[in-house]
Ligand binder design. Structure first.
Ligand code: SF4
Length: 162
């Protein structure tokens, strides 16, 4: 993890024994974090009706005390140097998914689509793209499926792309 902030729900209190502290710090949530995480869980509840979100919000004081904030040290250095004005900065006012993601529920609204592949016998004769052209509108719609989840290698780890 090299960028962004992760909030880990750790009711068993085992996380700090199992994470690699070489590049990141694990710390309790401060006031701003609590507010922000609470808003995100409320938003998640609104959008999905998640029963887990209901449970977490119902016992909010204990939920928050069971959470750990994971902060990459380099990222913290950038925040400190910029006064927290980065896109996901701790002191940034723009912390909502609405600002970061075009369509927060796009992954539920649009199914996965891929451009068609050119036939193998044709592809063997040239070095051009494997895929046929994909309409710009379709590309935009597929892009709307992104949740800005923070996985550093989208091309390999995106659960929405499989
Ligand atoms: S892994 Fe997928 S959902 Fe996450 S940021 Fe990348 S494209 Fe978006």
């Amino acid at each position: 993890m090299s960028g962004g902030i992760a909030y880990v729900y750790d009711p068993e209190r085992t996380f700090t024994d199992r994470f690699n502290p070489d590049m990141v710090d694990a710390e309790p949530l401060d006031h701003d974090d609590r507010v922000w995480v609470g808003e995100m869980i409320e938003r998640h509840l609104e959008e999905t009706g998640s029963m887990l979100a209901v449970r977490l919000l119902a016992s909010w004081a204990s939920t928050v005390s069971d959470m750990v904030k994971v902060m990459p040290r380099d990222y913290q250095r950038v925040l400190d140097a910029t006064g927290g004005r980065t896109r996901r900065g701790r002191r940034s006012k723009r912390r909502s998914w609405r600002c970061l993601v075009g369509e927060p529920t796009g992954f539920m609204k649009y199914g996965r689509q891929l451009p068609r592949r050119r036939p193998v016998r044709v592809r063997l004769r040239d070095w051009r793209e494997v895929y046929e052209p994909f309409a710009e509108e379709a590309v935009r719609q597929q892009g709307a499926r992104c949740m800005d989840c923070g996985i550093p290698f989208c091309h390999e780890g995106c659960r929405l792309a499989t």
